[in-house]
Structure formats: C-alpha cells, structure tokens
Design a protein around this ligand. Sequence first.
Ligand SMILES: NC(=O)C1=CN([C@@H]2O[C@H](COP(=O)(O)OP(=O)(O)OC[C@H]3O[C@@H](n4cnc5c(N)ncnc54)[C@H](OP(=O)(O)O)[C@@H]3O)[C@@H](O)[C@H]2O)C=CC1
Ligand SMILES: N[C@@H](CC=O)C(=O)O
Length: 412
Amino acid sequence: MKIALLGYGTVGSGVYDLVIKNREKIRNKYNEDIEVIQILDRNIDRFKDLAHYNVFVDSIDKIINGKADIVIEMLGGVNPAYDFVKKSLLSKKHVITSNKDLIAEHGEELRKIARESGVRIAYEASVGGGIPVLKPLKESLVGNDILSIQAIINGTTNFILSKMYNENMEYSKVLKIAQDMGFAEADPTSDVKGYDAARKITILTDLGLDFKINWKDIYCEGIDNIDAQDIINAKNLNSKIKLIAFSKAVDNKLYIAVRPVVVKADSTLGKIDNEFNGVMITGDSVGEVLFYGKGAGKYPTASAVFGDIVDIIINKNESKIVLSKENYEFTYKYPFKSDWLVRVDSDDINKVTGKIFDIFSSNRVEITSFLSSGEIALKVSDINEYELEENLLKLKETGYLKAVKYFLIDNA
Ligand SMILES: NC(=O)C1=CN([C@@H]2O[C@H](COP(=O)(O)OP(=O)(O)OC[C@H]3O[C@@H](n4cnc5c(N)ncnc54)[C@H](OP(=O)(O)O)[C@@H]3O)[C@@H](O)[C@H]2O)C=CC1
Ligand SMILES: N[C@@H](CC=O)C(=O)O
C-alpha cells in the first residue's frame, strides 16, 4: 500500500513515524508493504533537514496523479481539505482523515462519493483522538438502540478546566500550554467556544442514532466565560465543571448540545482530567459503556489513523448499520428535569434573595454560598431549562438583577 500524507504537522508527523515503526509488523502479519511515498505541506523548505525530505511535494496534483493507494488528510479546516479529499476519492484512492470540521460539514457527501468510486473513507481519529469509538459504535454496538451519548470530547478544554480546578491556573496561561503541547486547533477558538466538540457530537449522533443535524444548529456554549469563582462554586458542591457534549434521547425527544456542566468530582466524567476524553454510550441492550483515553496529541491521534490504514489493508467494508427506530424531535434547551447551579449578582442581594424564594417554589431553592463579591450562588432543583429560564426572566423583571449565569448539574 502506497500512502500519501496531506499535512506534516502534529498528527501527520506522528502517522509518518508509526508507518516506519510498524512496517515490518504489517509485512509479517498481512503480507503487505506500507510506504509513505509523498507528503504535501506548505513551505516545504522548512523540512529540508529531514532524511525523507525527498518525498515532500508542494502540489496536490502530484498526489492525485501519483501512485498512492491511500491519501491521509491531516491539514485541518474545511477548505482546501474538502477539495483535496473529493479529488482523491474520485481518483479511486482510499481516504483517511482526522478532520472533524470536514466530516461534520461534508461527511455524508464524501461517503457517497467513496461508495460510488469503490473506495473507502475512514475517520476514526476525528472523534476522541486515540480512543476507538466510531468503530465500536458502528460495529460492536449495532444490536442496540443508542439512548444517549454523554462525552468529554475536547482535550484542550478538558486540559484547561483541569488545570484551573487542580492548580488554580489562569485560563490564558493554560491555553498557551495546550497549544504548545499540540492539543489545540490551529485556531483555538474552535476548542474554547465548543465548536470542535459540537462537530464531534454531531458525527457521533449520525453514526449512533442515525440523526443528522448541522453542528451550527445545536446549542453550543464553550468555556471562555468560566472564571475562578465558577470553579469555586462547583467545588463547594464537591463538583467540577466539565465541557460536556450531549446526545440524549428520552421518548421521542433528542437533546444535542455542548455546554459546561457541573459534575460530581468522583463521578465517571468528573474523574476524566487533562487531555483525556471519555465517551459514555448507553444502549438499550448493553447499558452503559465508557470509552476512555487520550483525546488529543501526536501519537494518540496517529494511533487511530493507523488503525484505519490496517482496516483498509484487510479490506473491511465501511459498515454503518443503525437499528434506531425513533423519529426524534430535536430540542435546543435541556428538556428533562434537572438541578441547576445559578449565580446571581444584584445591587440589593437581600431583596433579590426574597424574590428568588417567591418566584421558585422555596423547596426547590438552596443558597449554597454568599460570595465576597456580593453575589450569591444557589442550587435550583428538579426543573427543566425552559422552566428555569421562564423563572429567571421573572427575576430580571424585578429590576434588581445585575447579572445571572447558570450551569446544568449532572448528578450521575
Ligand atoms: N492535534 C491533535 O491532537 C488532533 C488533531 N486532529 C485533527 O487533525 C488535523 C491536523 O491537526 P494537527 O496535526 O494538529 O495540525 P497542524 O497544524 O499541526 O498540522 C497541519 C499541517 O498541515 C499544513 N497545512 C495546512 N493547510 C495546508 C494547505 N492548504 N496546504 C498545505 N499544507 C497545509 C500546516 O502547515 P502550517 O503549519 O504552515 O499551517 C501543518 O504543517 C486537524 O483537522 C485536527 O483537527 C484530530 C485529533 C487530534
Ligand atoms: N483540538 C482537539 C484535538 C483533537 O480533536 C482537542 O483538543 O480535542
């Protein structure tokens, strides 16, 4: 199998190393010789000190017209990756990609082109970095109706939140470390604003629940508005804040979103720290299963790409059998009863506290702390997000509020 790499950054260079490292093993096990024959990147002069500089090329046409059987796209972003991948498939080259932006936008169309061209497109690394999660979802769990997916699927934001919680580090400093470690996207806005996780959860929802939705249409809130006080408020409840991606079906309602959530520090998701990801999938037959591992970084991600190379070598057809039977109604806000951590800032905290007890029924509200800033943090129980917002609107109408902020509490 002759391989062409598009992109020689964090992931691309990791894949190159794994091909070299595993070449002998693949020859012995599958009687197949794997070789990287071309690498496309920008400003290729910067690679001239590498021993394999002779395989670097500066134009996609050399790859499309070349001898590669598999093109592995690791450039990032939608364009020109879309154009390069489409041309590769139309030239009957298998494609592997780690690019969730591309798959979330054009996955369906590219899968169709691959089928019509008699080749494969594989993208295990696009969700969960090194964790094998797409293949189990499409294959091993196929006997289930998937009821929910609840996941930490962005390594950068989990790394930032972990350092803020465990080491009281400042947001901007930790972001810089995540960038230096190769976890963050070229433009980290996608990470911190939740777009990266939104793309990934729509890919998981498509494969697991056979429900297609544009990632831009789901509720998406990142971590860029979380401050040290929010972390302390969560700590007061023996909890942490995590950026959670949801795809949760109850009856025919399907809630898909990305948002910061207060989770118990000793819960399954609460224990997942740093660049690690965790994808909890609940199926009607299997119950709950957890996929856990490094969600970002050079070799973890290259490991997932390499798995796709071997699938192509052993000629596995892309299987995507989904036995889901529901016609879901998508909901933008959290439609299920839950608890909420609410932070209220007011010019007159005593008056507003009284109003809170008037507006929410008093057995639903517990003040968890009076903050030195003059704000209060409270826990509101057992209502859905529509009811919560309706009541917060009533509170705003009293004229006492300066600001209000709330987080979903996950008690699992
Ligand atoms: N890093 C990670 O942990 C993970 C990354 N991914 C995904 O993998 C993909 C690659 O990520 P990563 O390796 O981190 O990114 P990098 O930025 O490290 O590498 C991308 C490489 O491709 C080059 N490149 C980008 N656009 C072009 C172009 N149009 N023509 C030629 N070369 C180009 C870049 O050059 P230049 O430096 O000049 O921009 C860079 O050398 C992304 O889609 C990312 O989301 C998925 C899982 C984990
Ligand atoms: N920037 C992403 C990289 C992997 O997809 C992340 O932090 O998870």
